[in-house]
Design a protein around this ligand. Structure first.
Ligand SMILES: [Fe+2]
Length: 201
C-alpha cells in the first residue's frame, strides 16, 4: 500500500514556533474525534518515563527528557499528563486506512515530583515533500489545568527557519528548538517548558 501522511488541518504545535505548524484544532472536528480516539488508548496508570515509539520501530533512537514548570517558570509542576505524538522515520503519522489524524506513534507520561518526564522514541522525519521541520507534538493537561499544546523542533534540522531559531533563543531556557546530542547512535534532547496561557484547546 502506498503510505501517505495525513497532512490536512495540522494540529497546533507551540505557538512560539510561529504560524507554519499552528492551526486551530478546536475548529477541526476530525482532529477532535481523532484526539478522543487516541485518548481511549491511554494507559490507566502513567509513569514519568515511557515510550512513544515501540522498541521495534525503525529509526534513530531518540530520548526526550523534559521538565515542566508552573507559570512562574521556577516551581516544578508534578502530576501533569504529557501526551506526545510524532511522525515515523518516513515522516508519516500513520497509514491512510486508519483515517485522518491517526497517530501511530504516541505516548503518555505523568510528570514526577520535580516536573520531570522522559520519552524514549525514534527521531521523527519531516512530512514528505513539505517544508515544515520535523517535530514532536506535546499536550499537557492535569487537574485545574486546561489542555495546552507545545512541541519541539531539532536544531540540526535544516528546515528550521532563522525566525524559528530566533524565537527559540529569545525564549531562553524555554526555547523549543532543541540541541541534539548524539552518543553511541542515540540522540538526546532536553526540553524545559512551563505552563502558559498559550496553545490552549
Ligand atoms: Fe505535526
Amino acid at each position: 500500500m502506498d503510505r501517505r501522511a495525513f497532512l490536512v488541518a495540522l494540529p497546533a504545535i507551540a505557538v512560539a514556533l510561529g504560524p507554519r505548524l499552528h492551526a486551530a484544532p478546536f475548529q477541526d472536528v476530525e482532529f477532535i474525534r481523532a484526539w478522543e480516539r487516541a485518548q481511549r488508548l491511554r494507559p490507566r496508570s502513567l509513569t514519568s518515563r515511557t515510550r512513544i515509539a515501540p522498541p521495534s520501530e525503525p529509526g534513530t533512537p531518540l530520548i526526550v527528557t523534559g521538565r515542566l514548570y508552573d507559570r512562574d517558570g521556577r516551581s516544578p509542576a508534578p502530576g501533569i499528563t504529557v501526551f506526545a505524538y510524532q511522525t515515523d522515520a518516513q515522516g508519516h503519522y500513520d497509514v491512510p486506512a486508519n483515517g485522518p489524524h491517526s497517530w501511530r506513534l504516541k505516548g503518555w507520561a505523568l510528570t514526577d515530583a520535580d516536573g520531570g518526564f522522559e520519552f524514549t522514541s525514534i527521531r521523527p522525519a519531516p512530512y514528505p515533500r513539505r517544508t515544515e521541520p520535523a517535530h514532536i507534538h506535546l499536550y499537557i493537561e492535569g487537574p485545574r489545568l486546561q489542555r495546552r499544546s507545545a512541541g519541539i523542533l531539532f536544531d540540526d534540522d535544516p528546515l528550521v527557519t532563522r525566525e524559528e531559531r530566533a524565537t527559540s533563543t529569545n525564549a531562553g531556557d524555554f526555547g523549543s528548538v532543541l540541541a541534539v546530542r548524539t552518543h553511541e547512535g542515540v540522540q538526546r534532547v532536553s526540553y524545559k517548558l512551563r505552563i502558559t496561557d498559550e496553545g490552549v484547546f
